[in-house]
Design a protein around this ligand. Structure first.
Ligand code: SAM
Ligand code: SF4
Length: 325
């Protein structure tokens, strides 16, 4: 369906849990978040029903996220069920990769359409520091296994000043060696992120241009998101940029977000939206209507780049782990 600004909305990010086996500095405090009560988290059949209703109005691509989606014991079953909805075109997921290796085979068997794996550094010590709990080996092994099983795999790299700008080239080289795309993401002022650490895509691009003067625009389609891609001549994977803060790609935004508690958000930046839980008790038309109405309220654009945004009413306060990125 189209929203009031004429944007085609066809993609939903679904946070299936706020729990995580890591504590990335920008996402969670060291002691972890105040967890959403388990009874409040959507059940598998409730998520599937929301997806069924969404498909009816043309939202037919789903990204499963979290928290860490794989800490949910019923995740593979959930993905299998969503994939079975008539009209569903795509189900992908995003993961930190820590326990992914144990599920790669099953995920490949049910035909998952892609996995994005977060990797901000290639250094064992730095990985442990930024994630507070992580073992980089487990994530690197999971990446290899996904590639081996033929799953479309991408690396998501969150760039932060003073942390990993010196690894931008190495991470690109690592991904291109593996033949998979990497996307550099601008740090958004949300959750526990320090806005002063945001490194703009132009600066990231300039580092990459120095490393690869032959970098050229890659206009081929790589997914459903706002990433802009480039290619190094002679390499068979691409380098993408998600300019979440400075890019203002709102004009072509195609997505809505469902939190682990069943709150539907038309824009990541603001806390507005609709609790879908009461509509789960109504017939499917009621649920379709609630999703439709939420989309009609989708704001024109985010305000992440606004230095005075703290004064803006209805700024999002939920932690990233509840929303899912
Ligand atoms: N646990 C999974 C993972 O890390 O891939 C999925 C959930 S995580 C919230 C999804 C993505 O959001 C990750 O790639 C993470 O780097 C990104 N993220 C978290 N906080 C962010 C922020 N403040 N700005 C931009 N991206 C962020
Ligand atoms: Fe967990 Fe992902 Fe947040 Fe890191 S970014 S703490 S892996 S949910």
């Amino acid at each position: 369906m189209k929203d009031r600004f004429g944007r085609e909305i066809n993609y939903m990010r679904i946070s299936v849990t706020d729990r995580c086996n890591l504590r990335c500095e920008y996402c969670m405090p060291e002691e972890g978040i105040t967890k959403v009560d388990r009874s409040e988290i959507l059940q598998i059949d409730e998520i599937v029903r929301i997806c069924e209703a969404s498909v009816r109005i043309g939202i037919d691509r789903f990204k499963i996220t979290g928290g860490e989606p794989l800490v949910r014991y019923d995740l593979v079953e959930l993905i299998r069920m969503i994939k079975g909805i008539p009209g569903c075109k795509e189900v992908t997921m995003t993961s930190n990769g820590q326990i992914l290796s144990s599920y790669v085979e099953e995920l490949a068997d049910i035909g998952i359409d892609g996995i994005n794996i977060s990797l901000d550094t290639l250094d064992t010590e730095k990985y442990r520091n930024i994630t507070r709990l992580g073992d980089i080996r487990k994530t690197l092994d999971a990446i290899d296994l996904c590639i081996e099983k033929g799953i479309k795999t991408k690396i998501n790299c969150l760039v932060q000043k003073g942390f990993n700008e010196d690894e931008i080239r190495d991470l690109a080289e690592y991904s291109m060696d593996k033949g998979i795309d990497i996307r550099y993401i601008e740090l958004m002022p949300i959750g526990f992120a320090d806005p002063d650490k945001c490194l703009g895509s132009e600066e990231i691009m300039s580092i990459l241009r120095d490393a690869y003067p032959e970098l050229e625009a890659d206009d081929s389609k790589h997914g459903n998101g706002p990433a802009i891609y480039y290619k190094v001549l002679g390499r068979n994977s691409s380098i993408g940029f998600i300019n979440s803060v400075h890019g203002k790609f709102c004009e072509s935004c195609n997505r809505i977000r469902l939190t682990s508690k069943g709150f539907l958000k038309p824009c990541l930046c603001y806390d507005s939206g609709r609790d879908l839980k009461p509509f789960l008790r109504s017939d499917i038309d009621g649920l379709v209507g609630a999703i439709f109405d939420t989309i009609t309220e989708k704001p024109k654009s985010h305000c992440f780049e606004n230095p005075d945004r703290e004064h803006i009413k209805s700024l999002e306060k939920r932690p990233m782990s509840e929303i899912g990125g």
